[in-house]
Design a protein around this ligand. Structure first.
Ligand code: AMP
Ligand code: MN
Ligand code: MN
Length: 325
């Protein structure tokens, strides 16, 4: 990480008395881990941080220390001397309610390669596979206290964004960072139990319905799943319960690109894309106004769901056809 930029960010964080921390809509483990991890660290430094995300906390991540501090986005811009966006690749993904807020985002801390840098100061480190990993290095450089609670939140972001240290981008440094988090009090098996071995029955029922929609294409090199609105009523699951379902397709042998299309009852479409490495799915998503990483990306369409699904499937087919076999 760039030393001057790191220093600049630390100085800005150190001078904030009432920082407001935000993260992306449809939050995942890295989103909540970043929010709470930095929140704890700022508190230890004597600041009074406020933590917001669209929808507030979800059940799955309530085990994170301090989870009760996470609030739903307020309508009016909260008073702050430092507005911070974490793990959020575009300004829009901070949530509809934030779009009317007049204060610029003071600090953007992220790891999405597609992040354009919409903050006054931007620390975007695509080589580190989670925003909590970026935050860990930042806190280390600052020499700030990393409590067991902070370490637990940061480790949760790192394990979930790397698929338990399986995805590309997991390297020796990732594991060094993870080891230091464990030394500081994160418990890997307890966190794994909460993140991976606590699937609710509703979530499992949704997974079964979605698995049945499997469609295999492109000479078995791509496969996709579909979620229809009625699946939620049939299973009793919530929209947050889709996290991880895409692995049902991306884990199939020989499938280079796995995708998930979620048709929303408002006529919109949410797309998730995963690659095993040969295809750059961030490039595909970016062509449709989405983004993410080379191996994991997403797109959100507000209309023309079926047409857009077909266009994305055609782009995947084209990307696969251009691979040298
Ligand atoms: P998901 O498939 O929702 O788990 O997202 C995969 C990755 O792509 C995550 O890192 C997201 O932050 C990113 N991503 C998902 N949807 C979008 C979008 N509409 N625009 C930009 N980035 C996105
Ligand atoms: Mn995230
Ligand atoms: Mn992330």
């Amino acid at each position: 990480m760039d030393a001057d930029l790191t220093r600049q960010i630390i100085d800005r964080l150190a001078s904030a008395q009432a920082p407001v921390l935000l993260t992306h809509l449809r939050p995942d483990g890295d989103a909540y881990g970043s929010l709470l991890g930095l929140g704890h660290a700022l508190k230890h430094q004597g600041a009074k941080p406020k933590l917001f995300v669209e929808g507030g906390m979800i059940d799955m991540y309530r085990f994170l220390p301090g989870s009760e501090l996470v609030q739903d986005l307020p309508n009016a811009m909260p008073e702050t001397d430092c507005l911070i966006a974490l793990d959020t690749s575009t300004r829009e993904r901070l949530g509809q309610k934030t779009l009317s807020w007049t204060r610029p985002v003071d600090l953007v801390i992220d790891h999405h390669i597609s992040n354009p840098g919409y903050g006054v100061i931007n620390l975007i480190v695509a080589e580190i596979p989670s925003t909590t990993g970026v935050l860990f290095k930042l806190l280390e450089s600052a020499g700030w206290k990393i409590s067991p609670s902070t370490a637990t939140c940061l480790f949760t972001g790192l394990t979930t964004d790397t698929g338990s240290f399986r995805y590309r981008g997991t390297n020796a440094e990732t594991l060094h960072i993870a080891a230091k988090m464990v030394e500081l009090g994160a418990d890997p098996s307890e966190i794994a139990k909460q993140c991976y071995l606590s699937i609710t029955h509703e979530r499992h029922a949704l997974k079964r319905l979605v698995s049945n929609t499997l469609s295999i294409k492109d000479g078995k090199k791509s496969a996709f799943l579909t979620i229809f609105p009625e699946f939620y009523t049939e299973s009793g699951a919530k929209s947050e319960d889709t996290e991880g379902i895409i692995e049902e397709v991306s884990s199939i042998q020989g499938v280079e690109v796995g995708s998930l299309f979620e048709f929303n009852s408002d006529g919109g479409l949410r797309v998730s894309l995963r690659s095993k490495g040969k295809v750059d799915v961030n490039a595909i998503a970016s062509a449709f106004g989405g983004g993410g990483h080379k191996a994991a990306a997403g797109i959100r369409f507000t209309k023309d769901a079926e047409k857009n699904r077909d266009l994305v499937l055609a782009a995947i087919s084209q990307a696969i056809a251009s691979l040298k076999s």
